[in-house]
Design a protein around this ligand. Structure first.
Ligand code: NDP
Ligand code: 8X3
Length: 259
């Protein structure tokens, strides 16, 4: 029987790359996102390219009732979920705390923290009954070190870090692994979303920086998820070579040295 992976936020970026890599490797894949056209296109692509078994679940992770209903129905269809990747998330805006948009704050907190919790609350009991499973939470370097104007986004990713640590303790008795993967800057639709569709501003973020690619994060997830049963990577931070941490990159170095 194939193993099954469930990836939230699979219509773009990391989630799409993770779903694609695991499908290619022979996993059954459950994909989620709000944009159903993209979900259906990915489902068809994976089924055609890799003959994968794919279930597409279109819901907003912020909507507790929708999460509960969709995942209750899912439990009637699949016997086991081996890996959950809590990836759906976003940054909205980049502003000082005195000027931030409170609607943006709500979107980030509701998606990055509460959405992750709602999905986990449904899937963790399944894994507990199985006495096996692996939860991979996508954090960020922003959850390790706060940066200028990052305030609420950073706080949501610090929360993901805390939840990963805490879940690992809670789920340890059941043989469930919990891994936090914390990428630095990666070129996806992330900045386009952060800057509300401003393509020029989004592109500027990646100028002069060989940012990570979504496939790099997929590789890291695959590595963590395919280790021997007794080995758990608890926390993995990865950046591109032009970035030292969430604050300090080649751009910052050049600014400081006036190059
Ligand atoms: P993208 O914008 O490319 O992808 C984000 C994905 O999340 C999309 O599939 C989107 O799907 C989904 N999503 C957003 N909101 C919701 C929601 N309410 N319900 C369901 N799905 C949702 O960005 P990335 O791939 O870069 O981001 C993925 C994760 O990685 C995020 O948690 C982000 O914070 C984190 N991250 C990103 C980094 C980067 O530099 N790119 C670095 C470190 C971490 P849809 O719109 O269809 O719902
Ligand atoms: C996304 C990376 O540096 O834009 O988490 O916050 S960053």
């Amino acid at each position: 029987m194939n193993k099954t992976i469930f990836v939230t936020g699979a219509t773009s970026g990391f989630g799409k790359a993770i779903a694609t890599l695991f499908a290619q490797k022979g996993f059954d894949v459950i994909i989620n996102g709000r944009r159903n056209d993209r979900l259906q296109a990915l489902k068809q692509e994976l089924e055609t390219q890799f003959q994968s078994k794919v279930i597409a679940l279109c819901f907003d992770v912020r909507d507790k009732d929708a999460v509960n209903q969709s995942l209750s129905e899912l439990k009637q269809q699949v016997a086991q979920i081996d890996i959950l990747v809590n990836n759906a998330g976003l940054a909205a805006g980049l502003a000082t705390i005195d000027e931030g948009d409170t609607d943006n704050w709500d979107r980030m907190i509701d998606t990055n923290i509460k959405g992750l919790l709602y999905v986990t609350r449904q899937i963790a009991p399944m894994m507990r009954e199985q006495c096996s499973g692996h939860i991979v939470n996508i954090g960020s370097t922003a959850g390790k070190l706060a940066y200028k104007n990052g305030n609420v986004y950073c706080a949501t990713k610090f929360a993901v870090d805390a939840l990963s640590q805490s879940m690992r303790i809670d789920l340890l008795p059941y043989g469930i692994k919990v891994t936090a993967i914390n990428p630095g800057m990666a070129e996806t639709e992330f900045s386009l979303v952060r800057f509300a569709g401003d393509e020029a501003r989004a592109a500027k973020m990646y100028e002069g920086v060989s940012a990570l690619k979504a496939e790099d994060i997929a590789d890291a997830v695959y590595y963590c998820a395919t280790l021997p049963p007794h080995v758990c990577i608890n926390d993995l931070t990865l950046t591109c070579l032009t970035q030292a941490n969430g604050f300090y990159s080649i751009k910052e170095a050049e600014r400081i040295t006036n190059k």
